[in-house]
Design a protein around this ligand. Structure first.
Ligand SMILES: [Zn+2]
Length: 60
């Protein structure tokens, strides 16, 4: 994989700038399966992690 698109902002990034995110975090009972993962750029991933931690309303 060379490039990937962020599932949230839709922009294209180098693979090194993309994280694999668990849509339902493992810490919340999410499964480590294809249906529960998405690609997010670093800034969207950071924002989602904040949401997953319960700091703000979910934009996803
Ligand atoms: Zn993004």
């Amino acid at each position: 994989m060379g490039r990937g698109s962020c599932a949230h902002c839709g922009l294209s990034f180098l693979a090194s700038a993309i994280d694999v995110d668990h849509i339902v975090p493992l810490s919340r009972g999410g499964e480590d399966v294809d249906g529960n993962v998405q690609l997010l750029c670093h800034s969207c991933h950071k924002a989602k992690t904040r949401v997953d931690m319960g700091y703000t309303a979910p934009p996803f």
